[in-house]
Structure formats: structure tokens, C-alpha cells
Write a protein that binds this ligand. Structure first.
Ligand code: CA
Length: 615
């Protein structure tokens, strides 16, 4: 009798334990057959899931290892997927002894075979950067969501304004017709944070579109529609941190999943410590392990389980959505060894892809350090094909506001290019006059349309991949010092009931149309211009406030002339440029669409740019 009672008791206990086991998340939710890397990590999250043992019976799929972590609510299953595996669904059985406690149907899909995906981006492109919350509200019904903490409030510069993916889809024609060829969206994944959730950089679910922007499937539609209109899509990804609202931060797999500090420790934001040969360990550690902000837990990519999780997450989005490129947030802030491993893994799967790292650094050699193939003395190779060219941004911001001097004015632009020997691939740098973290370009140039045109003429003809921030085409303003909300204002006409609609010529002021027409004329000219995409570059020392840059190849040449003199029109003697001009007798000025018949003297108005296609 006693034995029987004990057996019943044990059985009841076991049953109550099994009853507790639940699965609330599986990530990635699916995978694909035929990837270069055949190993897959599957995260299983659920109450006491680690008390079970997973089993898979599906031809071609074998469990290599099951990793348990400190928290028994997690299991990490490492499987191998044979290249000949037939796509399909199969159960993962979670067993306790011989009993199956719970099962989960996992799907291996055939690879994404849509046409025109994974194109990469290159100097033939011009990227339009937009912030989904601030561009256009295509679906007012999703402005608020019952499970999301922050509600929409368009009167708050730092609040959510209701923009979304449908708003982007609605204006893909506007972007394409303007002459852009790629779109980089600031992050659109779930940010379930009580405040400042609009910017998107505090992600609370790496696999889920924020419901206030739409759904994962709507993002796929955005990519498909963009591709149909000749636009590439670049996704913004963050590896340094997650948001404090992230589900795994609330129930950490292990203490070392994030960087723990005795008291809150902010990063020193001194990215040069990463490449500094004399840096102290203390400074380097604070840079990399310090938190970006209190609401952004700093991820520890030295944890190999997390590192794999992050790499797979990127590959999942590329394959799922058919992305063309990635912009990596805060490239120097995660461990640089991890960033290199991540970049290498992505490029192995997608050799035609391109990735740009946000290397927000002031100096050229430190920026070059972070580009793939740099000749670094410490042997570091980032494997990051492209990085952001902040030194050029600095030069563009300053040069047109300055009086000419030995190293001021046009010399600033000259010296940026003169140091290109430091870069392994200067043509693959992303160049920009501003972005979502910087004062608006027009504001920086003192709202002087002449300077605005000169800077854009330089940007769109020099080497590199230009990126233009939404609203630059309509002279949107705002100082970074006033707060980030002021450099991320709503695009006029993006919301129902807006009094002005700057998506249309009749909704823009004369000055806005002047800017818009100038920019789009250049963009549409540039789009099919191989000399700008891949031609060589030769420039001449600035003299008398005039800077001349040539792009050329075997078939032709383009001449950029910048006159930075405030009030002096100049007669430019052209004999100095004979190395290029000797092959040509005439030209066409692109901005004014006028023929130039005399190539010995050129009239260049004060504070202006000329772009001459030589004939
Ligand atoms: Ca909305």
C-alpha cells in the first residue's frame, strides 16, 4: 500500500512539473534549407523548458547539441540541416523521460527565390534615409496599440507621431521619381519603451515589427514594392544594446548576457579607444561595456550563445524580407571581434550584399581602421565593406561657411580626398551632408541655398555612396542642440489633414521647389552616369577660392567647379586643367542645362557650383 501511494505521489509530482512546462517563444521562428552554414541555433523560451530533452525525427535534421544556461526557462538547440533536406514542418518533441511533455512544430522553408533581392548597394546608388515615425502616417488605426506602452502624441517632439510602414509604401513613387535608388529606414522593430520609443534604437523584440509601424509581412510588401520600383532596401540593425523593455532582458538567460556593472556605467563614447595603440584597458572597457543609456542594456557579444543569436537574427531578416543591405548602428561599440565575425558571416551567405557600419569618428585613419581590409598594425580586419564618412561630413559642414585659407574653405574638401590612401576602399564609403543624429544640413549652412547647392553638387559627384536624409530636398531645418525631435520633424503632407503637402510641387514654396528641382535634376542625371559611379577622380589644388574636381574614364569626363568666393564672379583660366581638358572641346552644364563652347575661360558666378559633362 505504501509503495503504491509513493508511486502515485511521484507520478502526481511529475505531472505537475510537466504541466508547468510551456513554450512562449521560439527564435528564429523558422529557417531555410540550403544556407551556406548548415548549423542552426534554435532558442526555446518557456517556463522550466530546460527540465525537458528535445527530440527531432526529420530526415536531414540532427540535433548536435542542446545547451542549457543559468535560467531554466531557456534551451538552445543546435541542429545541423543537411543540404538535401526537404523543406517542411516537423515536430520538436520535448521529453521528460519517455513522456513527451510538449511539442512545437518547426518549419524549414525553401530559400527566398524572388527576383531582384539581396542586390547590395554601391556608388551607383543614392540612399534616402527616413525615420518611419516621422515620414508619413499611412495607417492612423495603428498609431496606438493596447500592448505598447507609449501612445501617439504628435504635439511632443520626442513622442510618437504615428508614421508607419504603410506611409513609406504610399510614397515609394515619390522617392523613386525624385531619383533615389535605395531607402535606409531607421529601425522599425518593436520598441516597447515608455518614452522615446519613436527612434527605434531600443528594440524589445529582434524578430518583430513594432505593431505601430505594421507587421513583418507588411515590411516584406514594402521591400517587394520597392524592388518593383527600382529601389533597394537597407535595414538598420543594432548589436550593441537592446531596449530595457526587451523580453529577454526581463528574464535574462544568464547574468553575462549583458554587461553588468556595480552601479550604472555609461560608455565614455570615445570610439577612438578601440584602435588607440596606447589606450588603457580601463578606457577601452568603459567604451565597449558601458551602457549607451539607462534604458539600453549593453549586450555582451562575448557570450557565444548571444553572438550566434544576433548573427542568425540578421540572416533571418535578409532571407525573410529579401533585403539589399544593412546599416550597422554604433559599429565601434560592440566587441570589434564580434562585429568582424558577424560581418563575415553575413557576407559569406550573401556575397553580393553590402553593409555600412556607423563609424562615427572625427579622423580619417580611425575611420579607415573600421573598413574591411584596412592595413591595421594590430592585424584587425572588421570585414565591414563600407563605413560612414564622418570626416567628409565635417568638411562639407564647414567648408562653405569659411573664408578661404591654407586649410580652410575649399582646402577642407581637398584634404579629405587627398587622404583617401588611408582607406582600403574609398569608393564604398557612405557620404552624407547630415543624418538623423545631426543638425539639418540646410540649418548648418545658415539656410543659404547657394551653399546648399554647392555641397550637394560636391556630394553627388565625388567618390562614395551618397545618403540624403528625408526632408533635405525640401529644406527642412532644425538644430541638434534643440533636441533630437527637432531634426526629426514630420514630413509635411505625410499626415491626413496636414495644411501643406510637400510631396507635391504645388504644396512646396518657391524656395523648396528650387531646392527640390536642383537635387532631383542631379539625382536623375547621376542615376545612369557610369563616370560618377565608377570613374577615376582627379582634383586640382584650390586656387583663388575655386576648387575643381574631375571624374573620368575611357569614355568621358565630368568637371565639377566650386567657386567659394562670397561675392566675386570669376573668369576661370582653364589651361591649368589640360591633363583632362586636352581631350575635349566643349561641354554641357548639367544644373542649368546650357551648352559650353569655350573651354579656355569659364565664367563661374560667386558662391556657386557648375557640373560640366565634357564632349
Ligand atoms: Ca500610423
Amino acid at each position: 500500500m505504501r509503495k503504491l501511494l509513493l508511486a502515485v505521489f511521484v507520478l502526481l509530482l511529475a505531472n505537475s512539473l510537466w504541466a508547468k512546462v510551456k513554450i512562449s517563444k521560439v527564435e528564429p521562428m523558422n529557417w531555410w534549407v540550403g544556407m551556406q552554414k548548415t548549423e542552426l541555433q534554435i532558442l526555446i523560451y518557456g517556463e522550466e523548458i530546460a527540465t525537458t530533452t528535445p527530440e527531432i525525427n526529420y530526415e536531414g535534421v540532427t540535433i548536435k547539441e542542446v545547451k542549457k544556461v543559468e535560467n531554466s526557462n531557456y534551451l538552445f538547440i543546435y541542429v545541423n540541416i543537411d543540404k538535401n533536406t526537404v523543406p517542411g514542418k516537423f515536430p520538436i518533441s520535448f521529453k521528460s523521460g519517455k513522456k513527451t511533455v510538449i511539442t512545437y512544430n518547426y518549419e524549414l522553408k525553401a530559400r527566398n527565390s524572388k527576383k531582384g533581392i539581396h542586390q547590395g548597394f554601391d556608388p551607383s546608388d543614392v540612399i534616402y534615409l527616413l525615420m518611419p515615425d516621422r515620414f508619413s502616417n499611412g495607417d492612423p488605426s495603428n498609431d496606438n496599440h493596447k500592448e505598447m506602452l507609449e501612445a501617439a502624441d504628435r504635439t511632443n517632439p520626442n513622442g510618437r507621431h504615428g508614421g508607419d510602414l504603410q506611409g513609406v509604401i504610399n510614397h515609394l513613387d515619390y522617392i523613386a521619381n525624385s531619383g533615389f535608388t535605395a531607402v535606409w529606414l531607421n529601425p522599425f522593430l518593436e520598441n516597447n519603451q515608455p518614452a522615446f520609443s519613436y527612434h527605434g534604437y531600443a528594440i524589445s523584440d529582434f524578430y518583430k515589427t513594432d505593431p505601430r509601424y505594421g507587421t513583418n509581412d507588411l515590411f516584406v510588401k514594402l521591400v517587394d514594392d520597392a524592388h518593383a520600383k527600382g529601389l533597394k532596401i537597407i535595414m538598420d540593425m543594432i548589436f550593441n544594446h537592446c531596449g530595457s523593455g526587451h523580453w529577454f532582458y526581463k528574464d535574462l538567460p544568464s547574468e553575462d548576457w549583458i554587461h553588468q556593472h556595480k552601479e550604472f556605467t555609461r560608455s565614455n563614447f570615445r570610439a577612438p579607444t578601440v584602435s588607440d595603440p596606447y589606450a588603457s584597458k580601463a578606457d577601452q572597457e568603459q567604451m565597449v561595456t558601458g551602457w549607451f543609456d539607462k534604458n539600453m542594456p549593453d549586450l555582451n557579444q562575448k557570450n557565444p550563445i548571444l553572438a550566434t543569436y544576433l548573427i542568425q537574427n540578421s540572416i533571418w531578416w535578409i532571407e525573410f524580407a529579401g533585403l539589399d543591405g544593412i546599416r550597422v548602428d554604433t559599429q565601434p561599440y560592440p566587441y570589434k571581434e564580434f562585429m568582424a565575425e558577424w560581418s563575415k558571416a553575413v557576407m559569406v551567405e550573401y556575397p553580393d550584399f553590402n553593409i555600412v557600419g556607423e563609424a562615427w569618428l572625427q579622423k580619417i585613419p580611425i575611420t579607415a581602421y573600421f573598413q574591411k581590409g584596412a592595413n591595421n598594425k594590430d592585424g584587425y580586419n572588421s570585414y565591414m565593406p563600407s563605413v560612414t564618412d564622418f570626416p567628409m561630413y565635417n568638411a562639407i559642414s564647414e567648408a562653405f561657411n569659411e573664408k578661404e585659407g591654407w586649410s580652410a574653405g575649399m582646402a577642407k574638401l581637398y584634404y579629405v580626398l587627398a587622404q583617401d590612401f588611408a582607406y582600403p576602399n574609398p569608393g564604398n564609403l557612405v557620404i552624407f551632408p547630415d543624418n538623423h543624429d545631426l543638425s539639418r544640413y540646410y540649418e548648418t549652412l545658415g539656410k543659404d541655398i547657394r551653399k546648399y547647392k554647392m555641397g550637394l553638387a560636391y556630394l553627388l559627384t565625388t567618390r562614395g555612396i551618397p545618403q540624403i536624409y528625408y526632408g533635405t530636398e525640401i529644406l527642412m531645418d532644425g538644430k541638434e542642440q534643440e533636441g533630437h525631435g527637432f531634426i526629426r520633424k514630420d514630413f509635411p503632407g505625410g499626415w491626413q489633414g496636414d495644411t501643406k503637402n510637400a510631396f507635391r510641387a504645388d504644396g512646396r514654396t518657391d524656395e523648396q521647389n528650387d531646392a527640390y528641382n536642383f537635387l532631383t535634376t542631379l539625382l536623375n542625371w547621376r542615376k545612369n552616369n557610369e563616370i560618377i559611379h565608377s570613374g577615376k577622380l582627379m582634383h586640382f589644388l584650390p586656387e583663388d577660392g575655386i576648387y575643381v574636381v574631375f571624374r573620368y574614364n575611357d569614355t568621358g569626363a565630368v568637371m565639377l567647379v566650386l567657386n567659394n568666393n562670397e561675392a566675386d564672379d570669376k573668369d576661370l583660366q582653364m589651361a591649368r586643367f589640360n591633363e583632362i581638358l586636352k581631350n575635349y572641346s566643349a561641354g554641357k552644364e548639367i544644373i542649368s542645362n546650357t551648352k559650353i563652347t569655350n573651354l579656355s575661360v569659364l565664367k563661374v558666378p560667386a558662391k556657386s557650383a557648375m557640373i560640366i559633362e565634357l564632349e
